[in-house]
Ligand binder design. Structure first.
Ligand code: ADP
Length: 222
């Protein structure tokens, strides 16, 4: 159902996005139209994110979707992910630091999925930080495993929230967290990607203090 609905939404959404773009390019549009166009652009982009997440979730949730593994250096990937969040982090004065890599951090996996895994955790850490906060990332080798940790000192979560964190569409009831836009699909996607790669994910979090997500994946060749 999720895959069908997402596919059905994709085409009309593409049409809306295309026409919004066309309208934006019309010279001498009445000034009164600008707020409506901006609202349309924002909403279209949120819908687009939702549809993409639904499609990804249904693809990786399908046990018949094969996992094509190649060696992926998580250090290189994390550097790219960190660069991608710089703009958003800068807007909120959030500092993102990455500890020096410790050992060989190559895993065998699907690069697109591993990128989403890192990107979702890092962007959540930035999103749920307070302005002026900091996010610490680290990658290390532990025996036959590669361990990634993502720590923020932001909103944190209650025990109730922690228990449901990886369910599809779950969003916290905390009003401060709900103010920040999201679909509630990011961590459900992360959990499925971790499971497909035979890894595990753990969360430590205290409401009002911050959160640490730890992902353990088998190192390449193990
Ligand atoms: P989204 O961020 O799109 O709402 P996620 O699945 O990524 O969806 O996260 C689910 C919920 O878990 C979020 O709505 C938020 O309440 C909570 N959450 C996730 N990451 C963090 C974090 N680093 N700090 C505090 N709360 C978080």
């Amino acid at each position: 159902l999720i895959a069908t609905v997402a596919h059905e939404l994709k085409n009309p959404l593409g049409v809306i996005a295309g026409h919004v773009e066309m309208l934006e390019q019309i010279p001498d549009l009445p000034a009164a139209a600008s707020p409506s166009l901006r609202a349309l652009t924002r909403s279209t982009s949120r819908l687009d994110t939702l549809v993409r997440d639904l499609l990804l979730l249904s693809r990786i949730g399908n046990p018949d979707t094969p996992l094509v593994r190649v060696p992926v250096d998580l250090a290189l990937m994390l550097a790219a992910v960190t660069e991608d969040v710089t703009l958003r982090a800068g807007q909120h004065d959030v500092t993102v630091t990455t500890a020096a890599y410790d050992g060989d951090v190559v895993v065998a996996g699907d690069p697109e999925e591993l990128l989403r895994l890192l990107a979702n955790l890092v962007s959540n850490a930035v999103k749920y930080s307070h302005d002026g906060g900091r996010v610490d990332l680290a990658l290390r080798r532990e025996g036959d495993d590669v361990v990634f940790t993502c720590t923020d000192r932001g909103l944190g979560m209650s025990a109730d929230d922690r228990a449901q964190l990886f369910s599809e569409f779950f969003r916290s009831t905390d009003p401060e967290a709900r103010e920040r836009p999201g679909t509630g699909l990011g961590l459900a996607i992360v959990a499925r990607i971790v499971a497909r790669h035979e890894g595990r994910i753990e969360v430590e979090s205290t409401l009002g203090r911050g959160s640490t997500f730890t992902v353990t994946l088998p190192a390449s060749g193990h």
